[in-house]
Write a protein that binds this ligand. Sequence first.
Ligand SMILES: Nc1ncnc2c1ncn2[C@@H]1O[C@H](COP(=O)(O)OP(=O)(O)OP(=O)(O)O)[C@@H](O)[C@H]1O
Ligand SMILES: [Mg+2]
Length: 229
Amino acid sequence: MIELAEVQKSYPMGGGERLPVLDIHAFALPAGKRWAIVGPSGTGKTTLLHLVAGILTPTAGNVRVAGTDLTSLRPAERDQFRARNIGYVFQSFNLLAAFTALENVMLAMQFSKVIPQHQHRARATELLQRVGLGHRLVHKPAQLSNGEQQRVAVARALANRPCLLLMDEPSAHLDTETAQRVTELVGELCAEGEVTLLVATHDPHLLESVDHVVEMQAINRVLARGAVV
Ligand SMILES: Nc1ncnc2c1ncn2[C@@H]1O[C@H](COP(=O)(O)OP(=O)(O)OP(=O)(O)O)[C@@H](O)[C@H]1O
Ligand SMILES: [Mg+2]
């Protein structure tokens, strides 16, 4: 489902210098599996998820998702590919401030056009109910707690029945009980739709629920060189 080959990513630092963050010889995640990625802060977990989502492009190498080479697509094509195939739960939620919880989930469906329009409202409502937010449909992000915003982000990521779900610390703002409920929901939806999951997390419950845990130190050669953290 995910294949990275000789992928490097560095960020410009000004003055012509670049900060090397990722150098991955090979990373492959088979379809239908649930994997977690762990590693200390700053080791490139978010950068890796952004590359797999096509939000960032690598400095070198290729990123393939579901057989498509993301690096060969134009930016608008990558956005469309992501909308149709990938659900992404951002570390910082990234909800649209001007819209309600319900609208945030519906807008994700409007952009990708995977789910027929007449089902958008009912599906968004159902997903928000399943993450325990049936009573917060018309609240805007600023009127929601961090944990509630996180759950709207989870509902939005699942809206288009993605074949790949990427989650960046999805339970960081949730209490143990809510985190467990969200983990169960993600598990159910993954099983229903044969969703492949890659999640950056240190949550012990979430780690227990996955098939395999990958350590950044094991795949990122930049860390072996001691260039980061
Ligand atoms: N846009 C950017 N420009 C320059 N450097 C960046 C940029 N984004 C991230 N970095 C640097 O890249 C490194 C990896 O960042 P990244 O966010 O991928 O780490 P992480 O493993 O997700 O960390 P955390 O656990 O704190 O979320 C960090 O050292 C960070 O400072
Ligand atoms: Mg991160």
